[in-house]
Ligand binder design. Sequence first.
Ligand code: 13P
Ligand code: SF4
Length: 302
Amino acid sequence: MKNLVERIKKLKSEKNAIVLAHSYQNIEIDEVADFVGDSLYLSRQAEKTDADIIVFAGVYFMAQTAKIISPSKKVLLPNLHAGCLMADMINHEQMVNFKKNYPDIPVVCYINSTAEVKAECDICCTSSNAVEIVRSLNTKRVLFVPDANLGKWVEKQLNGVEVIAYNGNCPVHHNVKISDIKEARDKYPLAKILIHPECKPEISALGDYVGSTSGIIDYVKKSPEKQFVIVTEKGVADRLKRDYPDREFILIKDDMLCESMKLTTLEEIWHALEYEVNEINLDEEVRRLSYNCIDRMLKVPV
Ligand code: 13P
Ligand code: SF4
């Protein structure tokens, strides 16, 4: 494996390439990653980089977003089967029909969606800026796709804004139950419970902190506490255990696993970079329209 890591690093420098890795990736991917973090952080890196090639160790919509933002760069997704169950819950036709029922209401699109869906929306958001993005619209009603849990959580944070949410969710987070949180509170009364807002809003309401994957990691960094219950995908708990060996991290349930995120291997990163395969390409009109949605988000100061 050491050899493989060295070969990827050599290829990166020969080809002026970077590797962006999401915090849910298999932890060994970090050895070759230039940046590891949440969707917003990685989008900003894709926007800023002067690399010629971006290898995206993540899922399809993330690589597609990098291509939308940086169309002149070659964006490679090491495993083309790495999709997102939530993004797959709404296609272009369903998006258009949803909007038809609510004319003249601004549409906010969670970044976990396809370019075709983003192209129909007014502004994008991620889990770390969703509240601020909806607030920035200064409106009483918004449509929110595809994540109903995040949409309803945003509604709770903003007094007086009605969020009309599409009925999508992330099965990994949606399956967390109130009883799981209550059991964790009973078993670890001193622990801080850190929750991703893709969980149901009634679950998020029980957390000590609710935020994106990077938000959860930052919370731990700044906290003097020693014990934390992690209510998001296993990759976040794995990284925290590695980075803070003197603290205790309890993953809320063993099955907090995003199978798509775990598909990417070091071998596939090497293969994609060596042969420059698995490139993300987009129809230019779709790219332009989806760019407007993402660019508007990136311009909101958060
Ligand atoms: P973050 O933006 O918090 O990284 O979340 C992305 C995601 O897919 C969570 O399931
Ligand atoms: Fe999609 Fe859920 Fe995986 Fe995040 S954890 S990439 S929302 S399937």
